[in-house]
Design a protein around this ligand. Structure first.
Ligand SMILES: Nc1ncnc2c1ncn2[C@@H]1O[C@H](COP(=O)(O)OP(=O)(O)O)[C@@H](O)[C@H]1O
Ligand SMILES: [Mg+2]
Length: 273
């Protein structure tokens, strides 16, 4: 679903890519290490099971590690595409779990700062590859740097991953505020990872929504709508996750009966599309 016209206009004003493409979801977070890459890979597997063609793009250009989580050793990466050494089609690889990936690889360190050239390349690449898929997930970096914000601006929808930790919530709030004010985002999806008890995700959503209602919504341009957070799901803190990541396997493939795997399957159903 496309964001309202105001979102597109404000995104362009903020120096971003302009009209974000539909069926692209940026998976981002305020704080690092909250589980974005793990969530992206396993959500992609869950979405692929429903028959959709799914692509995950490792957009955490400076600190790419989707390849590590999926145990892939790519010969061709985004770096090769950007430098003209390979075609985009050759860089799209099949991943375990039945989805496709575009990996950044470790040669991408120089892209940790966004230059106009990288912006254009990234936008062109996403625009070229996205129509071949039903759903594209951008596994972005954390925080509110220009690199992260630009990558997020390429997506029509945003999924914020947060844990119930106070530091993660504070950083998630900062991300929400910046996306609302610089990109005109009004609908943001939330996945609460590493919850310690059932229902904690709903509590986190309510808490964040309350802060947004108090400090962000009153400051927005009158008539532009209010920011609303939609909970996609909560995933419990589960030792099986650490084990799967350690073994470089998809949780959904190797331990599908675990609480975290089942939570991700449920979350996939409520993903924006
Ligand atoms: N639900 C969970 N339960 C337990 N550990 C988790 C869970 N989600 C993530 N982790 C741990 O957090 C680590 C960091 O996750 P990662 O996806 O790399 O974070 P990010 O991409 O946000 O930096 C994982 O390697 C895993 O060990
Ligand atoms: Mg990551």
């Amino acid at each position: 679903m496309s964001p309202p016209i105001t979102a597109v206009t404000s995104a362009a004003a903020a120096g971003s890519a302009g009209a974000p493409l539909p069926h692209i979801t940026a998976v981002t977070s305020g704080k690092g290490g909250v589980g974005k890459t793990f969530v992206c890979a396993n959500l992609a597997a869950a979405l692929a099971r429903t028959g959709r063609r799914v692509l995950v793009l490792d957009a955490d250009l400076g600190l790419a590690n989707l390849d590590v989580v999926l145990n892939l050793y790519p010969k061709i990466t985004l770096h090769d595409v950007f430098t003209g050494k390979a075609n985009l089609g050759d860089a799209v690889l099949p991943a375990p779990g039945g989805f496709s990936v575009l990996l950044a690889g470790s040669g991408m360190v120089e892209y940790s700062r966004m230059t106009p050239e990288v912006r254009d390349q990234l936008q062109a690449l996403v625009a070229e590859v996205a129509p071949k898929f039903d759903h594209v997930l951008l596994d972005t970096g954390a925080g509110i740097s220009d690199v992260v914000l630009y990558t997020v601006s390429l997506a029509a929808e945003v999924l914020i991953v947060a844990t119930p930790e106070p530091t993660s919530l504070t950083d998630a709030y900062a991300t929400i505020k910046v996306l609302a004010t610089t990109q005109g985002r009004r609908r943001l999806h939330l996945l609460v990872n590493q919850v310690r008890r059932p229902g904690e995700g709903r509590g986190v959503r309510a808490q964040l929504q309350q802060v947004v209602d108090r400090y962000v919504n009153p400051t927005l341009e009158p008539g532009s709508g209010a920011v609303r957070l939609e909970l996609v799901g909560e995933v419990p803190a589960d030792p099986a996750v650490r084990e799967a990541v350690q073994r470089r396997q998809l949780l959904l493939e190797t331990m599908p009966g675990t609480a975290a795997a089942m939570a991700l399957v449920n979350a996939a159903v409520r993903m924006p599309a």
